[in-house]
Design a protein around this ligand. Structure first.
Ligand code: KDG
Ligand code: MG
Length: 403
């Protein structure tokens, strides 16, 4: 199975996506997701200019060798652009191999370890009434676990909080990043009351999650974790800036709330302290941003030795191709925890045709050969790239803060 052509497709049905297509002399085409939110064109150029020429003529079956060639061979290692590009190649090659043997990809990863993947949806509201409505909508859609994000009095716009009339999408198609506000003291005062109210409204069973989005100092995060303990959260996510692995030692020593981290990581080395010292409970990395199935499987195997589970990142900036890859891997591994699932806008379905399903709160990758996703290229051309940025945060005095 020799690689004959490599194409990078940048398309924007509802939001920007970068997709890699690798076609072989057998006439098979494998797909990989290369979408890096707000920095899409950097990965597209990396793939087109620096990786595609190296792939032509190579054996598409040589997945591990190709991964090592792209990782070690660049000399410059790691980083989100590089690792997203490598991930796209890796996933496209897994897709090809599975299509070649006419099996759904999860069969090549060891077969199914469960009948479906527990998914969590996103609920958010500016106040309790909007939040309750949003949680009810998630339950009506079939979710059996819900992430809860709330407005905070005095903060005008906040990560994860939508208005009821519009679907939430943090990357906005504006020439410059939108500015949001942050106030840790106001947030720390308000949030425990929100979870107290949600628990008493929805009862003890429903798994509830929360994303702090990297905004607190370690001691603030420790205090938040303690104050949320009575409400039995499934996890507290990204409570401190993720790259500071040692910060979690302090948080861990003060609270027993389960911790999840890693959506901005791109390498096993980002996790060595966190996993080795059991400072987290869930690995948030996606296949798309962490070097593909080959690399994320290594991280999750290491995590499994420490009873740490997967909690793969699954917002809309993971394309349907990236989501399918996550589901095949999640179905096969032993230490699956939960899968984030933020369904794409209906218009995204004009370009990407996935075969994964969501029923009874569980996702399943389906049983088509390969990843089970195809791309409609004429439709993709109808949605040209539009610049979009994630917001930035400022404190009340104008200081830039982690978003
Ligand atoms: O690209 C950034 C988003 O994917 C991120 O803000 C979403 O934090 C996120 C989550 O948990 O889904
Ligand atoms: Mg997050």
């Amino acid at each position: 199975m020799i690689i004959e052509s490599v194409e990078v497709v940048v398309t924007s049905p509802g939001r920007n996506f970068v997709t890699l297509l690798i076609t072989t002399d057998d006439g098979l085409t494998g797909l990989g997701d290369a979408t890096l939110n707000g920095r899409e064109l950097a990965v597209a150029a990396y793939l087109r200019d620096h990786i595609a020429p190296l792939l032509i003529g190579r054996d598409a079956h040589a997945i591990e060798d190709t991964w090592q060639l792209l990782y070690r061979g660049a000399y410059w290692r790691r980083g989100p652009v590089t690792m997203t590009a490598i991930a796209a190649v890796d996933v496209a090659l897994w897709d090809l191999k599975a299509q070649f043997v006419r099996l759904p990809l999860y069969q090549l990863l060891g077969g199914a370890s469960r009948s479906g993947l527990l998914a969590y949806g996103h609920a958010g509201g500016r106040d309790l009434s909007e939040l309750y409505d949003s949680i009810h909508r998630n339950l009506d859609e079939g979710f059996r676990a819900v992430r809860v994000q709330s407005g905070v009095p005095g903060i005008a716009s906040l990560y994860g909080v939508a208005t009821p009339d519009a679907a939430y999408e943090p990357a906005r198609r504006t020439p410059r990043p939108a500015e949001e506000q942050w106030d840790s003291r106001a947030y720390l005062r308000h949030l425990p009351g929100v979870f107290e109210a949600v628990r008493s409204e929805f009862g003890p069973e429903l798994p509830l999650l929360h994303d702090v989005h990297h905004r607190l100092t370690p001691i603030e995060a420790a205090r938040l974790g303690r104050s949320l303990e009575p409400y039995d959260l499934f996890w507290l996510e990204d409570c401190t800036p993720a790259e500071d692995q040692e910060a979690l030692r302090l948080v861990r020593s003060h609270t027993v709330i389960p911790l999840a981290i890693g959506e901005v990581f791109n390498s096993v080395h980002d996790y060595r302290t966190l996993i080795g010292e059991r400072l987290i409970d869930y690995v948030r990395s996606s296949v798309t941003h962490t070097g593909g199935i080959t690399a994320l499987r290594r991280i999750l195997d290491l995590a499994g030795l420490y009873q740490i589970k997967s909690g793969m990142h699954g917002p809309t900036d993971i394309s349907p191709v990236g989501m399918a890859a996550a589901l095949h891997l999640g179905l096969a591994i032993h230490n699956f925890g939960i899968q984030e699932y933020m369904p794409h806008a209906p218009v995204t379905g004009e370009v990407f045709w996935p075969s994964f399903t969501f029923a009874g709160g569980l996702l399943h990758p389906g049983d088509q050969p390969g990843l089970g996703v195809s791309i409609n290229l004429p439709a993709a051309r109808r949605f040209p790239y539009e610049a979009a940025y994630l917001p930035v945060n400022r404190l009340r005095d104008g200081t830039v803060h982690d978003w």
